[in-house]
Design a protein around this ligand. Structure first.
Ligand SMILES: *Cc1c(COP(=O)(O)O)cnc(C)c1O
Length: 341
């Protein structure tokens, strides 16, 4: 198969339309067989539940080429599970988990010419999503849904090395206590857009959100979980019912314990402890780990000992080990690397 002529290492993180996408419709209580289509546009009624009441959930994962030339995805079973729990929380039917994997495989295979070559740093981002598609005006869940998967090639997250970023503590919340912060839904992003743009206008890269009930505990950013490293080399990651269970974070916790022999604490993390940590990183599918150099809370400025020039040494080790596992250089735990045949 001939690859598209794309300047892979200079790709950004923007939508580029690829050839095929998967769609399955839910109607009269059942999902249809599903198929690939070339049409990238969707026609739905003006009163569709997704447009009026935001009934939609999504996932994000990537396909890439390993050192030995296989096209693989990373732990797609966990994306299937998470989409199922997100859907249940918004009263949507579950798309069967084995069909989720099949739909991802079909879509990646159909767009194999867009999977970047090994070594380019680029990946094929995969976006599975679901929405309520029929007209609903009185508040209730839709009766009809679409499950879809599209792909778009994205460039290397860090061009010319991973520079630490600066966060500010947001005064606004992304999640409510006992709300929907733990599901992957567009509604959590809609409510963080204003504070995100405000952070950018003030010169910060991202927001740190604190727990919505007391504003004393660290939660996450708009789209990534936190990892901290203590001065004596322990990994600490916040535990809360209102953060999204990141697959990257869960994988890094395993890597820290099983590959690097580090002690890991998953617990509540007070914001007042943050100044005592040695390193900080954000984890998510896109970057794996982005180093954080500085966090600003109004008048208080915390600069981690790892500084603003490079990743801290422990975060770097975690990053190198997980990316080594993903790319096939380090042996992966059973079931982590899912080859697309
Ligand atoms: C997707 C997402 C993450 C990262 O999850 P991964 O599974 O590691 O990609 C973290 N926080 C939020 C709010 C997210 O939506």
């Amino acid at each position: 198969m001939e690859k598209k002529s794309i300047d892979w290492s200079n790709l950004g993180f923007g939508y580029i339309q690829t050839d095929k996408r998967y769609v399955s419709h839910y109607k009269d209580g059942a999902w249809d067989a599903g198929m690939l289509t070339e049409d990238a546009n969707i026609t739905i009624n003006e009163c569709a539940c997704v447009l009026q009441y935001a009934q939609t959930v999504f996932e994000g994962l990537k396909a890439y080429t390993t050192q030995d030339g296989r096209i693989v995805t990373f732990r797609p079973d966990l994306n299937a599970q998470r989409l199922a729990s997100s859907a249940q929380r918004l009263e949507m039917p579950v798309f069967p988990q084995e069909r989720f994997i099949d739909a991802v495989e079909q879509t990646v295979k159909a767009n194999a010419a867009y999977v970047p070559p090994y070594g380019s740093g680029a990946t094929l981002y995969i976006r599975p999503y679901m929405f309520g598609s029929n007209a609903v005006i009185g508040v209730k869940p839709a009766d009809e849904y679409q499950f879809r998967v599209f792909t778009t090639p994205v460039g290397p997250y860090f061009k010319g090395g991973a520079k630490p970023i600066t966060l500010r503590v947001s005064d606004l919340d992304r999640a409510a206590p006992h709300g929907t912060g733990n599901i992957k839904a567009g509604l959590n992003y809609a409510m963080s857009l204003h504070t995100l743009m405000d952070a950018h206008r003030q010169g910060y890269d991202e927001n740190m959100f604190l727990d919505p009930a007391t504003h004393t505990k660290v939660e996450e950013t708009g789209g990534a979980n936190f990892l901290f490293i203590t001065k004596d080399g322990k990994v600490v990651t916040p535990k809360s019912d209102s953060i999204l269970p990141s697959i990257t974070r869960r994988s890094l916790v395993h890597v820290a314990k099983a590959y690097l022999g580090l002690e890991v604490e998953e617990r509540s993390v007070l914001f007042s402890e943050v100044k005592d940590f040695a390193e900080c990183g954000l984890c998510g599918t896109a970057a794996v780990i982005s180093p954080v150099g500085r966090i600003v809370d109004h008048d208080e400025v915390i600069t981690f000992p790892s500084g603003m020039e490079q990743m801290g040494p422990t975060i770097q080790k975690l990053y190198d080990t997980l990316t080594g596992i993903q790319m096939g250089m380090i042996e992966a735990p059973e079931g982590w690397i899912h080859e697309i045949q």
